[in-house]
Design a protein around this ligand. Structure first.
Ligand code: FAD
Length: 232
């Protein structure tokens, strides 16, 4: 009751649905059910027995809970679809990066062997390096979207197995992310900053700080981690 008590006028007992303390509860898809349940709760509220739901309100709270469970299920399905799409994109980007790396090697060989035919071999090499760095940035962008989104949908109360799997994923990233200098740095960072897999919020902050550490090294802007919820 404490959270919502400021929404109730002490004189009239009227409820202010626009009170910020209500959050989005009265406005969302389950808004009307929330209002019914809340009105009932206020009407039958017994300050001597704060922890118990008034028995008259149980049907309203059951309907509300059913509505919220439906929404959670839909949200989880959408989240899973997004994560799958991102994983597929990363696989594609990795394949492209590997192909580009090969092309770069072949180009270097041709330039070395056929230098008599190459008017300006340095320009050619520069072009290949440029293409490589564009692909590397794309790989970085996609991987960050994946990592930040995954952290957001990580459980709020993870099991021990889920915690271990997440640590294992982070360690794997530091071995297999296809950029040698990145993995070298990542290994050092992980050894000095243990991943906080306690829940989705601590994990999101851990990835945000890792990303900022790299931003700082690369001379990029530092990201405000309070913005995570809006962006991912
Ligand atoms: C695990 C990992 C390690 C990497 N290590 C290196 C390295 O050692 N050296 C190197 O040169 N490159 C490294 N990269 C690549 C690098 O981080 C960038 O992805 C790349 O330089 C492209 O940068 P960008 O400016 O396009 O934006 P990115 O850094 O890719 O960021 C993409 C978007 O994420 C958002 N963002 C920025 N910072 C944060 C944050 N802290 N939290 C949440 N969201 C944020 C912004 O909206 C930004 O536009 C690494 C990438 C990954 C995934």
């Amino acid at each position: 009751m404490d959270t919502f008590s400021e929404a109730i006028d002490p004189l009239t007992g009227n409820i202010n649905w626009d009170c910020p303390c209500m959050g989005n509860n009265p406005k969302g898809q389950c808004g009307e059910l929330f209002k019914d349940a809340f009105k009932c709760f206020v009407k039958h509220y017994n300050p001597d027995n704060e922890s118990e739901l008034p028995i008259q309100c149980i049907p309203q709270f059951e309907k509300l809970s059913e509505c919220q469970n439906n929404i959670n299920e839909i949200a989880n399905e959408i989240a899973n679809e997004i994560v799958n799409e991102i994983v597929n994109e990363i696989v594609n980007v990795n394949e492209i990066a590997n192909k580009i790396a090969n092309v770069n090697e072949i180009a270097n060989e041709i330039v070395n062997e056929e230098c008599g035919l190459c008017p300006d071999q340095n320009v050619l090499i520069d072009q290949f390096h440029k293409i490589n760095s564009i692909k590397r940035d794309r790989l970085g962008n996609s991987t960050w979207v994946f990592l930040h989104t995954m952290a957001k949908y990580y459980p709020s109360i993870p099991s021990e197995i889920e915690k271990k799997s997440m640590i294992s994923l982070i360690n794997s990233l530091s071995m297999f992310y296809p950029c040698k200098k990145c993995t070298e740095h990542l290994k050092i960072y992980i050894s000095e900053n243990e991943p906080d897999v306690s829940d989705n919020e601590t994990l999101s902050i851990w990835f945000c700080e890792l990303h900022n550490n790299i931003n700082r090294r690369l001379g990029k802007d530092i990201y405000d981690c309070l913005q995570l919820k809006n962006e991912y």
